[in-house]
Write a protein that binds this ligand. Structure first.
Ligand SMILES: [Zn+2]
Length: 481
């Protein structure tokens, strides 16, 4: 571990990949925190597991790991440095003779600098939080929880459209996760056959005991001390480890969830006002705004959710439709005022990984496919009778190599007979440089372990994801490298 480096831990996991090991925090020469996420090979800005954007700074010299800094912090530092420079060189608003675009600002009593608050480097005290229970135990609890849930008709219809059979749905216990109780109570017109989350927790505990939710990522205690669940509403997809234990759940979100109080306008529509703009929420479609009387849905890029923790409201941009079921979120007030890393979810804990192996006993392990996303993984495994490893993102492939020698996922696949890995990311990703970069890195790393490697290709007009292609009855072509 280099000078100025602090390894991540279960109580202060890597904010980018969300994992409790391998990555580290680096205190740079100016005292600001940078993050070396060794699982993220991207050389572009990335979304962290905490929902924030992390700015790519550079690669480390020796190991060529990517170094990031939280984007807001990075920009504040840049603005302050620019301001310091202008002040020192009597430029811009600090130039007494300057007329022009800086004039207005210089007239005001507070020059630019007053608005720039660069956080001082801080040492955070890490408060130990709940450790997740073993995969084996989680398997029991998650399955009990899922058995209390049903798959709503609109979700079943969606999966049918995607080529899923009811058998496949049942095999993997695909269920709908209900919306948060507080939001559900507001949408009285909502047709939902699933229990309220608090009831879901009670029903699960009735099966397994009153302490069975402790250490289950996603479960936490509400203000009254009752167990309930965090996470967005949507379709639950199981995540399995190499032993086949269901150790986590990823949710395909109905719409980007929100945790704030919505107001009701005179037409009965729910909205949230932020920065003089009113954001409306339409169930299953997402947020929209009115522009000149027209209803405009926020683009995928602008899609996000409002969240509230200790009275602090924030619009968090999000990417992707899938979220892990987790009950870990840093308490912002504790962090900012007391410099403590505390989980804002009472008795909650984080899901440490999102990598899954989908395989059947009768599958031939000779060729193992790698893709991104649980829905694709399950469907492709079912259709191709070959094992599928899915990553939560194209940069998360490091999970293949995480763990003790001979117990890493890649070792287990080797023991089961895998000789070749074929990567099958989305067709549109074949043109994305950072994806190609990630793809080459994982292929290199796998080849070094003595496997054959290849890439699955298909025309995007046949389908974007591997599952779309297979659902239409097509097969990819392979480039063996
Ligand atoms: Zn990391």
């Amino acid at each position: 571990m280099g000078k100025g480096c602090t390894e991540v831990s279960s109580s202060r996991p890597c904010p980018i990949c969300g994992k409790p090991d391998y990555c580290c925090f680096y205190q740079n020469g100016k005292g600001y925190t940078e993050i070396i996420c060794k699982r993220t090979k991207s050389q572009q800005d990335v979304y962290g597991q905490d929902g924030r954007i992390y700015h790519f700074l550079r690669r480390t010299q020796k190991e060529q790991n990517s170094v990031f800094q939280e984007k807001e912090l990075y920009e504040a530092i840049r603005a302050k440095e620019k301001d310091d420079w202008m002040r020192a060189n009597k430029k811009g608003p600090y130039n007494p003779n300057h007329r022009g675009k800086w004039q207005d600002k210089s007239k005001t009593s507070s020059p630019v600098a007053a608005n720039i608050a660069v956080p001082e480097p801080i040492h955070y005290e890490i408060v130990e939080s709940i450790k997740p229970i073993s995969h084996k135990d989680r398997d029991v609890v998650y399955k009990a929880m899922l058995s209390c849930l049903t798959l709503e008709d609109y979700h079943r219809e969606y999966l049918h459209q995607e080529g899923w059979s009811d058998d496949l749905i049942e095999k993997h216990k695909i269920r709908s996760f209900p919306m948060r109780d507080v939001i559900r109570a507001k949408y009285s017109n909502f047709f939902c056959r699933n229990p309220y989350r608090k009831k879901l927790a009670r029903e699960t505990m009735a099966k397994l005991g009153s302490d069975s939710l402790l250490g289950l990522p996603g479960a936490f205690k509400d203000k009254s001390g009752n167990w309930t669940f965090a996470g967005p509403s949507g379709i639950c997809f199981p995540i399995y480890d190499a032993d086949g234990y269901l150790y986590g759940i990823r949710i395909r979100m109905d719409f980007t969830d929100c945790g704030i109080q919505l107001e009701k306008d005179r037409y009965g529509q729910r909205f949230y006002e932020h920065g003089k703009k009113k954001y409306y929420l339409q169930p299953f479609k997402g947020w929209y705004v009115f522009d000149k009387g027209e209803k405009i849905f926020l683009s995928k890029k602008d899609q996000g959710y409002f969240t509230e923790h200790n009275g602090q409201e924030k619009f968090i941009r999000t990417s992707g439709k899938y979220r892990p079921l987790t009950s870990f979120f840093e308490d912002q007030k504790e962090k900012e005022q007391n410099h403590r890393i505390v989980n804002s979810y009472d008795s909650g804990c984080a899901l440490e990984s999102g990598t899954s192996l989908y395989a059947d006993e009768n599958d031939s392990y000779l060729i193992c496919y790698l893709t991104e996303g649980e829905k694709k993984g399950i469907f492709a495994n079912h259709t191709m009778d070959a094992p599928l490893v899915t990553f939560p993102g194209v940069d998360s492939w490091g999970d293949l190599f995480t763990g003790d020698q001979n117990h890493r996922l890649i070792d287990i696949l080797k023991q089961k007979g895998t000789k070749m890995f074929i990567i099958a990311y989305d067709a549109d990703k074949a043109v994305n440089e950072s994806v190609l970069n990630a793809q080459n890195k994982v292929l290199d790393a796998i080849r070094k372990e003595g496997f054959y490697v290849g890439v699955a290709n298909w025309d995007e007009s046949c389908g974007k994801g591997l599952d779309d292609l297979l659902a239409k009855g097509f097969q990819p072509s392979y480039d063996i490298l």
